[in-house]
Design a protein around this ligand. Structure first.
Ligand SMILES: [Zn+2]
Ligand SMILES: [Zn+2]
Length: 213
């Protein structure tokens, strides 16, 4: 069993985050995480830089996964939700609809996870800062279940979608501040050493989401 926080932002590439990459590693140790997926907004860490951070993480026994969180919108510029993307080499810096994004990622054998699909936006009831019920129409691989902004209502909506679609739920803190790291996690049944393991196990649904604090 391995515990990962698979949704974290650092200040290196997410302007809205206060977390330095180095303190993220020590916090992972502190909060007993086996691994972390870094998911900056609209980009993936360059491989060389990521390898340097991975070295530091290795020294602390923390597995690092290089992901990204991508905002999507339709032709009318209306939001279609945020998605966590893993397993593809390039940063997805363009503008995509949710459907386009899923297709691009799958063409490169990556995975797409709907991030906080039922996080309420200021519009109130059934206005979501996320994909909402659109998840039913998209070829996604998993849905973020445990997220700090998911209410009981959101949790029950995600659970319903998971069972209808037959895909797993994940957990991630979406941390922008250090004390949030590890608050929501994804628990893997099997050992995860690298991105390949990470993707395979999520595809096979051998994960469960947990809210820890
Ligand atoms: Zn987001
Ligand atoms: Zn995020």
């Amino acid at each position: 069993m391995m515990v990962f926080d698979i949704h974290v932002h650092t200040r290196k590439y997410s302007d809205c985050s206060f977390i330095s990459p180095e303190e993220l590693i020590s916090q992972a140790v502190e909060t007993h995480l086996d691994g972390i997926a870094i998911t900056e907004h609209g980009m993936r860490w360059p491989d060389q830089e990521f390898a340097k951070l991975q070295k530091l993480a290795d020294a602390h026994g923390v597995v690092l996964i290089n992901g990204q969180e991508i905002y999507t919108s339709n032709a009318k510029n209306e939001m279609e939700g945020d998605f966590l993307v893993f397993g593809i080499k390039q940063s997805l810096t363009g503008r995509y609809s949710a459907q386009e994004l899923s297709e691009i990622v799958h063409k490169e054998r990556g995975i797409v996870i709907a991030a906080h699909p039922y996080k309420l936006s200021r519009g109130g009831k059934s206005h979501y800062y996320g994909a909402g019920d659109r998840i039913y129409k998209l070829p996604i691989d998993a849905i973020e279940l445990c997220h700090p902004d998911h209410t009981e209502m959101a949790l029950s909506k995600v659970r319903k979608a998971m069972s209808k679609l037959g895909i797993p739920g994940t957990g991630g803190s979406d941390a922008h501040k250090i004390f949030k790291v590890g608050s929501c996690v994804t628990v893997f049944e099997n050992k995860i050493c690298d991105e390949k393991d990470f993707i395979r196990e999520i595809r096979q649904g051998k994960v469960k989401a947990e809210k820890r604090f």
